[in-house]
Ligand binder design. Sequence first.
Ligand code: SAM
Length: 248
Amino acid sequence: MVSQDLPLFLELWQNTLHWQPTQKQQQLYQALYEQILVGNTQLNLTRITEPSDFWEKHLWDSLSGLSQINLDQLQKSLKVIDIGTGAGFPGLPIAIAYPDWQVTLLDSTRKKLIFVRQIIEHLLIENAQIVIGRSEDIAREKQQRAKYDLVTLRAVSQASVCAEYALPFLKIGGTAILYRGQWSEAENNCLKTAVELLGGEITLVHCFQTPLTQGIRHCVYLTKIAETSEIYPRQIGIPTQQPLGVNL
Ligand code: SAM
């Protein structure tokens, strides 16, 4: 394992996302990078290890989803849950960028989350906490249901499955951000049907390119406009076996 310095790319942060990390945040991102490299030797967390790749595909990509949230919202103290966080993405870079937010990192894979907890403790990220479990179960807990302003999901499942995981966690008026690569009309149609059943609506599909390698990305924004019926999320595994909005 060779740990190298992450590039700072301060102008690139500013020009693309209209934000740049403070010196303390730069140090935290460097420390996060080093911790992920260490964890990778045992847990096979990510193939993205080269410094500029890590900067673009883990750090920049994690924060890119927030670029379409309005400034008033960003300045509030938001409650966020990152479902299927894996090694902590996009949740950890978000927690570092917004120390006033409360960020919950949820995943069903215990060993990954125990590692994420070590990172949180090592880097003293006081506004992040882990929850181990399946989102279908956790979303039924009274202290978790309809308690969040923002939900993020990156590389977790197909979009309508992500919607079923996400919307039960949101307060009315809250936003779910689905981080996607490509996006198609067929996916959009399935998602639209699913989201309507769940008490939400698709408010925006934002297409953009990553700043170093020009990879195509889409962030799909869902707003919760009504309470989600008690029947959602369905039991563990059903959302993926019978995705809402998909004619099987
Ligand atoms: N979001 C991270 C990223 O972008 O690097 C990790 C993506 S990884 C491919 C997908 C993760 O979602 C896995 O760690 C898996 O355990 C988790 N996951 C999938 N379905 C889940 C569910 N229903 N509840 C909790 N975690 C789930």
